[in-house]
Design a protein around this ligand. Structure first.
Ligand SMILES: NC(=O)c1ccc[n+]([C@@H]2O[C@H](COP(=O)([O-])OP(=O)(O)OC[C@H]3O[C@@H](n4cnc5c(N)ncnc54)[C@H](O)[C@@H]3O)[C@@H](O)[C@H]2O)c1
Ligand SMILES: O=C(O)C[C@H](O)C(=O)O
Length: 345
């Protein structure tokens, strides 16, 4: 069982063979938002990204792109605002034709999350299924557990689904688990790898401390609290920001880490393994977060659940019940006939 989760090392990427593709065109949807801006910044700093398209409905999006374009890295940056009166031009306005990566973090945080965000995801994937069906899709938009099924259903309807290339980004759960374990055990969090399986919300988040590397011993009386802290870490940030949004900076880091590792694998680097929420047949549910081995075409192998202990098995059972409902909600939404808000005419 492969358990190494590769870190994003921009310097390592820089040293990598030039005979492989190292010129990825990336579009960030939601680029003007709390996550979108720092994520776009990190992508602008990534030497593997040669073209960065910042797309958002916010009218100042071209300004965000202009700001980024002054940074002294070689990539070209363009900004696209996508106002309602232009929606007819969807694919062209988003500028997703011929791109390699579409990173989707457009949408609201917790208020009215499902209704509005589900529509955004559906709309963008209707465009993507025409404009860039072969891109790598990274979905950050919440609720991830339902948004990934929506995206896959839309692509499936258009006969363009390649499940190896559609990812729900659950990296922040791993990043948090690594950090909290590092703090608790006195280990540099950079050296810690805790696989996190299941989904990305509450009890669907199942950290596997028994499989942490390096091996750590979590005192029995602290295990519940540590597990809950990882599961509720999003709420911890929401409360701490006191009405000013949810996690943005740690999420931007996590999104950039994930995208960088996918790019490294696409370039042919071996043994790149990341946890991600993907279409899978490794449990009773159709979408599941687990370690996946990445390769030149996207997911090469789903490593599945692997060995887990009794405590984690109980967590997983609870997670699967909730995941089933979340997934069904997404599938049902995608298959509703009604035209969604903001869909291209
Ligand atoms: N996967 C994760 O681990 C994780 C972590 C944190 C946040 N999130 C989610 O990421 C999403 C974004 O969070 P944020 O804090 O950046 O929110 P935000 O409100 O700051 O930014 C969202 C951006 O999306 C834009 N937008 C809305 N509709 C759009 C559309 N149709 N097309 C293009 N852009 C559109 C908005 O104008 C805004 O700039 C939320 O759904 C949030 O819950 C996920
Ligand atoms: O929890 C949230 O609302 C945002 C995000 O999913 C997070 O994990 O921080």
């Amino acid at each position: 069982m492969l358990s190494r989760i590769v870190r994003p090392t921009l310097t390592a990427a820089r040293n990598f063979s030039t005979s492989q593709q190292n010129n990825y065109k990336v579009t960030v949807c939601g680029a003007a938002g709390g996550i979108g801006q720092p994520l776009s910044l990190l992508l602008k700093l990534n030497p593997l990204v040669t073209e960065l398209n910042c797309y958002d409905i916010a009218p100042f999006t071209p300004g965000v792109a202009c700001d980024l374009s002054h940074i002294e890295t070689a990539s070209k940056v363009k900004g696209f605002d996508f106002q309602p009166h232009k929606r007819r031009l969807a694919g062209a306005q988003i500028n997703i034709a011929d791109i390699d990566f579409l990173i989707l973090n457009s949408g609201m945080t917790r208020d009215d999350l499902f209704g509005s965000n589900a529509s955004v995801v559906k709309t963008i994937f209707e465009c993507a299924s025409v404009a860039c069906p072969d891109a790598i899709f990274c979905i950050i938009t919440n609720p991830v557990n339902s948004c990934v099924p929506i995206a896959c259903e839309v692509l499936k309807k258009a006969n363009k689904l390649n499940p190896r290339r559609v990812f729900g980004v659950s990296t922040l759960d791993i990043v948090r688990a690594n950090t909290f374990v590092g703090e608790m055990c006195g280990v540099n969090p950079k050296e810690v790898n805790v696989p996190v399986i299941g989904g990305h919300s509450g009890i669907t988040i199942v950290p596997l401390f028994s499989r942490a590397t390096p091996k750590v011993t979590i005192p029995a009386d602290k295990l519940d609290a540590l597990t809950k802290r990882v599961q509720e870490a999003g709420t911890e940030v929401v409360k701490a920001k006191a009405g000013h949004g949810s996690a943005t900076l740690s999420m931007a880091y996590s999104g950039a880490r994930f995208a960088n590792n996918v790019m490294r694998a696409l370039m042919g680097e071996p043994d790149v393994i990341e946890c991600a929420y993907v279409m899978a047949d490794v449990t009773d549910v159709d979408y599941f977060a687990s370690p996946v081995k990445l390769g030149k075409c996207g997911i090469e192998q789903n490593c599945g659940v692997g060995d887990i202990n009794e405590y984690e098995t109980k967590l997983l059972c609870d997670a699967l019940e909730q995941l089933k409902r979340d997934i069904q909600k997404g599938v049902d939404f995608a298959n509703q006939d009604q035209k969604c808000k903001g869909a291209p005419e």
